[in-house]
Ligand binder design. Structure first.
Ligand SMILES: Cc1cc2nc3c(=O)[nH]c(=O)nc-3n(C[C@H](O)[C@H](O)[C@H](O)COP(=O)(O)OP(=O)(O)OC[C@H]3O[C@@H](n4cnc5c(N)ncnc54)[C@H](O)[C@@H]3O)c2cc1C
Length: 375
């Protein structure tokens, strides 16, 4: 069923040193990613080599509970994504896609994917993503579930079209959820982009995040074998996946906010006398960021917790990440002024990127709805 032979899996190293890993990621980001960021943004260049390099360094395995069971790994993963986002939000988002894909396999009880595919995804050897926006919105009562799987001998035949899924390619994998037949039961499975009946197409271009290999994915009677089912019913694992899924996204925003503050500080070197009349000053933003980082670190210590009060704190931290990203990137643009308005300026790219933090599922409006529904 695999499109490419897997061979022997690499082991998931349980002895990574978080601080050393972050130094490695920073070195890779500054050396490889800084010069590439404008190409990724403007030409839609997909930073595959950078992804593989940070994966090789260990960026996609820290959050796996069996790799580092002491609870420090999730915070390290979030920080690694933040370091990438300081340079380029597209790459940080791709890192999140990869991490989410690995997390689904890790948290599910499926021994086959955990033993064969997970070590490769965790090492950045095989790349992958996640198609959970629609199910997340469906479970929050925002829209109906798109994919439908008819039970057949040995698995399901799945049909439906998902508008956007990122970090895909011919030999990539992604996690998805479909409704089982006419029942209300939902099933979570890992999907191989090379399976018969699956078609990826790129029918739009985006105002940012263009280098994320984001495709519309059409399933036409795609056979999903039982071995690739991660959870049936999906509800048996989703409560454990959801906090980590959402918390890992905060890394994208944290890095973007840091970069925006840096733009403001740089602009202040010559324009402080007039920038000080602006609303959101770098010191205020830095203080708000530091509070957010502390909350995220606390929550990241127990990502598998399923308690309702814990989930609300996670949703609130993610909401604060979106709100602060929008504010900080807007302030960076205003601080940078005309210099930030030219096409290769970081300020205008950060402003466009900040909207992604606020619209990728769970979007700002989705988070506010869920917080209101569970109040
Ligand atoms: C660059 C990019 C990458 C993304 N990557 C992923 C990913 O990897 N995995 C994933 O599951 N989701 C992905 N998404 C989807 C994202 O997480 C949101 O679900 C999506 O942006 C819609 O959220 P919304 O809150 O605006 O939806 P709502 O405001 O509730 O409604 C908009 C609805 O229309 C749908 N739609 C379909 N076609 C279009 C269209 N042409 N224009 C506008 N809306 C359309 C949207 O998907 C959505 O369901 C990506 C989106 C973008 C822009």
């Amino acid at each position: 069923m695999l499109t490419q032979p897997l061979g022997l899996p690499p082991s998931i190293d349980a002895t990574d040193d978080g601080a050393a890993l972050i130094d490695d990621i920073r070195r890779i980001a500054e050396k490889e990613l800084t010069p590439l960021a404008p190409r990724i943004d403007r030409e839609g260049f997909y930073p595959e080599d950078v992804l593989r390099e940070v994966g090789d360094a260990g960026a996609f395995r820290q959050h796996l509970p069996t790799a580092l069971p002491d609870g420090t790994g999730m915070a390290t993963t979030i920080e690694a994504m933040a370091v990438l986002a300081e340079e380029c939000l597209s790459t940080a988002f791709l890192g999140w896609c990869q991490n989410a894909c690995a997390y689904y396999m890790e948290v599910s009880d499926n021994g086959f994917t955990r033993q064969t595919l997970l070590p490769r995804v965790a090492a950045g050897e095989r790349l992958g993503g996640t198609a959970l926006s629609n199910p997340m919105k469906a479970f929050s009562g925002i829209e109906p579930l798109i994919l439908r799987g008819e039970p057949v001998k040995g698995g399901y035949r799945v049909s439906g079209t998902l508008p956007w899924v990122s970090n895909l390619g011919d030999d990539h994998f992604f996690g998805a959820i479909f409704r089982a037949g006419e029942s209300n039961r939902t099933v979570m499975a890992l999907i191989d982009c090379g399976w018969e009946g699956l078609r990826l197409s790129q029918n739009v271009s985006f105002m940012a995040l263009e280098g994320t290999r984001t495709f519309s994915v059409r399933f036409r009677d795609v056979f999903v074998p039982e071995e690739w089912v991660l959870a049936d019913p999906a509800s048996s694992v989703l409560p454990r996946i959801k906090p980590g899924f959402i918390l890992m996204q905060t890394g994208m925003g944290i890095g973007l906010i840091r970069a925006s503050i840096e733009i403001m500080r740089r602009a202040d070197r010559t324009r402080e006398h007039v920038n000080r009349f602006l609303d959101d000053r770098p010191e205020e933003m830095a203080e708000a960021l530091s509070e957010l980082e502390e909350e995220v670190r606390t929550l990241a210590a127990t990502p598998l917790e399923t308690d309702g009060a814990f989930l609300r704190r996670v949703l609130q931290a993610r909401l604060t990440t979106s709100e602060l990203s929008l504010r900080a990137a807007n302030a960076a643009m205003l601080h940078a002024g005309a210099r930030g308005f030219v096409t290769n300026a970081a300020a205008q790219r950060r402003l466009r990127e900040s909207y992604f933090v606020a619209i990728v599922t769970p979007a700002l409006k989705h988070l506010r709805k869920e917080l209101s529904d569970t109040a």
